[in-house]
Ligand binder design. Structure first.
Ligand SMILES: Nc1nc2c(ncn2[C@@H]2O[C@H](COP(=O)(O)OP(=O)(O)OP(=O)(O)O)[C@@H](O)[C@H]2O)c(=O)[nH]1
Ligand SMILES: [Mg+2]
Length: 430
């Protein structure tokens, strides 16, 4: 039996280092492009950059540099040149004429990874929508590029027949996809509203790609979400029930990882996925402490949370991968933080305790006097899991019950007639 040997596609990655931008960030951005290529299954044979005041509007870099890259590409016989910025339609056309191999940009590379990863209907719609939005302004003069779409990197997604059809067809498809997306978003919104109404406490895992969000979700809830040492392992939000040490149940949602310079087409497409973060009662901001650029990662995440108008939500920074902690690791200051390794059981427990502390402190505490004749109330309190303490008062033939519940919880109205003390808000330090 013959094994089919699949040869890896090879690439040169190219970047423009702008004089007015932070050098550290640009270095990280180039490193990420390299990692993105790895994730997409492409082998990077060379990295070429040029320092410039600005990106060349026709050629991205200087023409001399472009020639040098063309020569290098021939020498190494690479399949693709990957540019670290979104190329304009005219840049793509020009570069496509110069190089004998495929030319793709950061956006296409990420779109390609996303296309290969999207699992849910919503994820697939979002990726297809982003792909068409990317494609639409680039349709004119794509003859050579299209005829070369034999497969491989940058070509996954809309098939050739679709690509060959005219703009009108694509516009129509875009509006169909938008409609479908709106429908799924509406369904999800309904689910979220129902949860909100039932007052289920919602915890969202957010963070830079590869920080360990899915690993935490899996470890804490024994769920099976794809966790991989690759960028963008998770595309679809996954929500699982999480049981806290006291037995209280909350919902834990895993989200798509963030990255700096995420193409705008994708930010727009994944916005609806991330909208859910806004509804969280607590955000667990997961940070990989073993990454040398954790400071930049945190800034990127905070900026996106701000864009999503989620910066007001209480946040617990979860410094993860503590098992990889080395001497001199600098952990940026955070209002509330915890250091854990997702892989250690005692740390998982520590994190659960911390979440529970938070959940508890966000509730109000009341004492009720419920006559034994009111079995309906007693069983409701039990069912809702809001009881903290219960004591039978023989002479009064009633129970004295301490409960933790929010005033806007639907059961508050039912227990109000049994309140013993004026409500006391618990102020715990967090
Ligand atoms: N050593 C160590 N590795 C960890 C820890 N937590 C996660 N990892 C590894 O880090 C890699 C990324 O983990 P994921 O859980 O997929 O990361 P993520 O944040 O969900 O990533 P995206 O879905 O890409 O945003 C995997 O290889 C995990 O096994 C940890 O505490 N210690
Ligand atoms: Mg993940």
């Amino acid at each position: 039996m013959n094994d089919i040997i699949k040869t890896k596609e090879t690439a040169i990655v190219v970047g423009c280092l702008l004089d007015n931008r932070d050098t550290e960030r640009m270095r990280l951005s180039m490193e990420e492009l390299h990692e993105l290529a790895d994730t997409a299954g492409v082998e990077v044979l060379d990295v070429i950059t040029q320092n410039r005041e600005r990106v060349d509007s026709a050629w991205y870099l200087g023409t001399g540099k472009i020639e040098e890259i063309a020569q290098r590409a021939e020498e190494l016989d690479v399949d693709v040149i990957i540019f670290n910025d979104e190329l304009s339609p005219s840049q793509t056309r020009n570069l496509d004429r110069v190089f004998d191999c495929k030319v793709i940009d950061r956006t296409q590379l990420i779109l390609d990874i996303f296309a290969g990863r999207a699992q849910s209907r919503e994820g697939k719609i979002q990726v297809e929508l982003a792909q068409y939005n990317y494609l639409l302004p680039r349709l004119a003069g794509q003859g050579k590029q299209l005829s070369r779409l034999g497969g491989g990197i940058g070509t996954r997604g809309p098939g050739e027949t679709k690509l060959e059809s005219d703009r009108r067809h694509i516009r129509k498809r875009i509006s169909e996809l938008k409609q479908q997306l709106e429908d799924t978003v509406r369904t999800r919104q309904l689910h979220r509203e129902r949860r909100k109404k039932n007052n289920v406490f919602q915890v969202a895992l957010v963070g830079y790609t590869n920080a360990g969000k899915s690993t935490l979700l899996n470890q804490l809830t024994a769920a099976e979400t794809l966790q991989e040492d690759k960028l963008f392992a998770t595309l679809d939000p996954t929500t699982r029930q999480l049981t806290l040490p006291s037995g209280m149940e909350v919902l834990l949602t895993d989200t798509v990882g963030f990255i700096q310079d995420l193409p705008t087409t994708l930010v727009a497409a994944f916005r609806s996925t991330l909208e859910g973060v806004k509804e969280a009662d607590l955000i667990l901001h997961v940070v990989d402490i073993s990454h040398p650029d954790l400071g930049i990662h945190m800034e990127v995440v905070n900026r996106i949370l701000k864009d999503l108008k989620a910066e007001q939500i209480p946040e617990l920074v979860v410094f993860n991968k503590a098992d990889l902690l080395t001497e001199g690791t600098y952990l940026p200051p955070a209002e509330a933080s915890i250091l854990v390794s997702a892989l250690r059981e005692e740390d998982q427990k520590k994190l659960l305790d911390r979440i529970e502390d938070f959940v508890m402190s966000s509730f109000d505490r009341f004492t009720l006097k419920v006559p034994i004749s009111r079995g309906d109330i007693l069983s409701m309190l039990h069912r809702e899991g809001v009881e903290m303490d219960q004591e039978y008062q023989e002479e009064e033939e009633s129970y004295r019950i301490t409960v933790r519940v929010n005033r806007d919880h639907p059961i508050y109205g039912r227990i109000a007639p049994f309140l013993l003390d004026p409500p006391e808000t618990v102020e715990e330090s967090w």
